[in-house]
Design a protein around this ligand. Structure first.
Ligand SMILES: [Zn+2]
Length: 224
């Protein structure tokens, strides 16, 4: 009996994302708690940096990718710099806001031209060929399904901008923790929608593959 494309075989990868997400959010959470309780920007900034170092040590000890570890440290350094230089705690969230404002339209364009990030993410998680773009059924399915996470991300952006404009540091920090979880759930939901839309188009004995793709067994070595 053919195994259709499912999200269940990627459960370990999704669990890993959840664990990494929960740990990675700790510098931001530490900053939010400290600034709300002590009102001291110096204390909150130092605590956020200490938390970032702790996250990095954990990542190194558990053998997680170095590139992401460097990105975590760099991100927190940037946030702390924005907050301390401006003397305003709310600017800790400015780099993330800038990213959201940039990513929302970029993601929409990628969805509209049939290069939905969801398609790449699913192919990567399941170790499937990146040739999914050769299949019009798959392109359409990933684009349609991506509208869910895109809408949520855009809504999050609007809420975050409003909170930023109203100097709501605690709420900004709090919503970011919640949205981390929402992003993962939206990703899984979008994936399930895509699976439904692709349906029986998958080759019977090769989930994730179909006749549309040239050399279905091979990875796209040329593009990276
Ligand atoms: Zn196809």
């Amino acid at each position: 009996m053919a195994d259709r494309t499912t999200t269940s075989d990627a459960a370990p990868a999704l669990r890993e994302r959840l664990v990494v997400g929960a740990v990675s959010v700790s510098p931001m959470l530490t900053f939010t708690v400290l600034i709300s309780t002590t009102k001291s920007l110096t204390a909150a900034a130092c605590a956020a940096l200490i938390a970032a170092v702790a996250v990095s040590v954990w990542r190194v000890l558990t053998g997680r990718p170095t590139r992401t570890t460097v990105a975590v440290i760099a991100g927190v350094l940037l946030q702390v710099t924005f907050a301390t230089v401006s003397g305003d705690a709310v600017n800790f969230f400015l780099p993330r806001l800038a990213w959201m404002v940039l990513w929302s339209p970029v993601q929409l364009v990628l969805i509209l031209i049939g290069r939905a990030p969801l398609g790449w993410a699913v192919a990567r998680l399941r170790g499937q060929p990146r040739t999914w773009r050769q299949c019009s059924v798959r392109r359409r399915a990933y684009s349609l399904a991506s509208l869910l996470p895109w809408s949520l991300a855009t809504l999050e952006m609007v809420v975050a901008l409003w909170l930023y404009a109203h100097d709501q540091v605690a709420l900004l920090g709090g919503t970011e923790v919640v949205t981390n979880i929402v992003h993962l759930l939206a990703f899984v939901a979008a994936w399930r929608i895509a699976v439904r839309l692709i349906g029986t188009h998958d080759a019977p004995d090769q989930p994730g593959l179909c006749g549309c793709m040239a050399e279905p067994g091979e990875r796209f070595a040329g593009s990276r």
